[in-house]
Ligand binder design. Structure first.
Ligand SMILES: Cc1cc2nc3c(=O)[nH]c(=O)nc-3n(C[C@H](O)[C@H](O)[C@H](O)COP(=O)(O)OP(=O)(O)OC[C@H]3O[C@@H](n4cnc5c(N)ncnc54)[C@H](O)[C@@H]3O)c2cc1C
Length: 553
């Protein structure tokens, strides 16, 4: 009897939680048991290094266990407090506060703290995009929004950037990110500044020369992605925010010091989140959005469970000058045993380097003289000393078989341009890590961008995932507002979390798996991955699917 009760108790607990974490657990179980479809792929990617796979599995298992059994991190509330104002209750204008209620008085003569419907912490690419997307929404018109950024107000870029040196911080933006940036009016400004299209991508293995190339359907949309300086993106978003001055307030040089998320069973304004800023200012908000990057203070103060591990790699970035001008629309990436090196096009003469390598090599690359650095970069793209003879021969054999069966399937690999010099002071280094919050929401709090998930830069997905969060959270908040629901209500925030975890977790797992798979020169693994890469390269529909996924569609 007791056993039956315990079983049914656990089953109901499980059922309650599964709605929220169903997708996530599904991914976890599929990773662990390799049941069909992408699960099988993930399993095979993850088993490349026993130690690595065990760590990956145990960390995903940790996430699953946390979500399933930890009371402290369990935030699937009872129906009553899913929304502190009742799920379908209309919010009257007076109740909204409208941001005009700042420093008003309560009936008991207590001073009222300033109120904003939405507070966004962090004004990086995702925070600014979130503020723009919400500020431009007609259905959120009565709502007041505040964005708090820890840094200085960015200096506006000049209209003509032609004389300006390129920044060493760039991102490859996917078509979906471009769609978001266009919809909020930032993309046209970014294009008028400078963006460089990527028409094809060439990825190859230094241990075998197995390669894969991606090219979009030329008639429909020839561009796979766009390389844009982060400063250009932030500048365009800030200019849009300036136009929204009466809807979106911004505080620079301020940060969050304390956050109080009150008891959700209280169904009045006492359930709003109280935020104390470093300036000492205290305010209340209906929903707090953490867009404050990988070391998110919002995530820490609100006690979101977060799994992370440091990679044994740092990324070295620099602006490269090509030996000869070329039609520079190809993104090049070579997997070396120490990590991937990528060259992303900026202009016909310039490319941006992202070289993930051991911390020791990264440090030495930063301090060596420019000529030596250029030699190292050229060597990393051209040197054949890592080649495994067996894998190379097997790859060549497979290639010739494939070209016999499918003549167009395996195109001849293009060769990357060589580098002649680097822009002065353009070298910098970033230690790399993986991080994932097992929840992206709590009542009245949501995480977006790197605050929720951080991935290795090898697939150029970081900010693209963040922009997809922005679209999804905006849509959830707009639909809540349209239905007269409270913006901080957990039911629609959970929708956001489920949808995004569905998109993010497979990407996190695949990127982590690829990182491990390519961080080895074990001959068996080199052979297996090389044959896999060659075979994938010959399968046009599969490649098209990868392109579609990378574009965020
Ligand atoms: C070498 C490298 C190459 C990359 N290449 C790509 C790529 O090609 N494509 C891609 O999609 N992604 C890429 N990424 C990832 C991408 O840069 C990040 O995903 C992106 O910058 C995250 O944006 P964010 O706005 O979420 O966070 P951040 O850029 O970290 O911004 C957070 C903001 O919050 C502010 N802040 C922090 N704490 C507080 C606080 N307590 N209070 C107030 N404000 C605060 C910070 O000042 C900052 O402005 C790359 C990353 C690296 C390191």
């Amino acid at each position: 009897m007791q056993l039956a009760f315990a079983a049914s108790h656990h089953a109901s607990r499980y059922a309650r939680r599964i709605s929220r974490t169903g997708v996530f657990l599904n991914a976890v179980l599929r990773v662990r048991h390799g049941r069909g479809g992408s699960g099988t792929t993930l399993l095979s990617l993850c088993t490349c290094s026993k130690q690595g796979a065990t760590k990956l599995h145990s960390n995903f298992l940790y996430l699953a266990t946390q979500t399933l059994f930890s009371k402290s991190t369990l935030h699937v509330p009872s129906r009553r407090n899913l929304c502190s104002h009742g799920d379908s209750e209309d919010i009257s204008t007076s109740e909204r506060g409208d941001g005009r209620s700042e420093l008003g008085e309560r009936s008991n003569n207590e001073p009222r703290v300033p109120f904003y419907d939405i507070v966004i912490i962090g004004g990086g690419m995702t925070g600014c995009a979130m503020a723009c997307a919400l500020g431009l929404e007609a259905s959120l018109d009565p709502y007041k929004i505040l964005m708090v950024e820890g840094g200085d107000k960015p200096k506006a870029l000049p209209e003509d950037l032609s004389g300006n040196q390129y920044s060493n911080r760039v991102c490859a933006l996917s078509q979906s990110s471009v769609d978001l940036l266009s919809s909020i009016g930032a993309w046209s400004r970014m294009v008028s500044h400078r963006v460089q299209p990527v028409r094809s991508m060439q990825v190859w293995d230094a241990c075998s020369d197995a390669s894969i190339s991606f090219r979009n359907n030329q008639e429909m949309s020839p561009d796979l992605a766009f390389i844009v300086e982060n400063d250009v993106t932030v500048d365009a978003l800030n200019r849009q925010l300036e136009q929204l001055g009466n809807r979106v307030k911004i505080q620079y040089n301020n940060s969050v010091r304390e956050i109080k998320v009150p008891d959700q069973s209280v169904s009045n304004e006492d359930s709003w989140v109280q935020v104390e800023l470093a300036s000492g200012q205290v305010m209340k908000t209906r929903i707090l959005i953490g867009a404050d990057g990988a070391s998110s203070v919002v995530r820490k103060l609100c006690d979101f469970p977060f799994v992370q591990w440091k990679y044994d790699q740092s990324a070295v970035v620099a602006t490269l000058h090509l030996s000869e001008p070329t039609e520079n629309v190809v993104a090049w990436q070579r997997f070396l045993p120490t990590g991937p090196i990528a060259m992303l096009p900026l202009t016909n003469e310039l490319s941006s380097l992202v070289w993930s390598t051991t911390h020791a090599q990264a440090e030495s690359l930063l301090v060596m003289n420019a000529e030596q650095f250029v030699d190292e970069v050229n060597n990393a793209f051209w040197d054949d000393s890592h080649k495994d003879q067996m894998a190379t021969s097997a790859g060549e054999f497979l290639n010739s078989m494939l070209s016999f069966v499918q003549p167009d399937g395996s195109a001849v690999r293009q060769l990357p341009p060589s580098v002649s010099s680097i822009s002065s002071a353009s070298r910098a280094m970033f230690p790399l890590s993986l991080g994932h919050a097992s929840h992206y929401v709590k009542p009245r709090v949501a995480l977006i961008g790197d605050a929720a998930h951080r991935v290795h830069p090898m697939a150029g997905q970081g900010v693209n995932l963040g922009f997809a969060d922005v679209v999804c959270l905006r849509d959830s908040l707009v639909s809540a507002a349209t239905m007269g629901k409270d913006l901080g209500c957990l039911s629609h925030l959970l929708e956001y979390e489920t949808k995004r975890q569905q998109g993010v977790i497979p990407v996190v797992a695949v990127i982590d798996g690829l990182k491990r798979l390519y961080s080895t020169d074990n001959p068996i693994l080199v052979l297996t991955r090389s044959l896999g890469l060659q075979a994938t390269n010959a399968m046009t529909p599969l490649k098209q699917r990868i392109i579609t996924l990378a574009a965020g569609r």
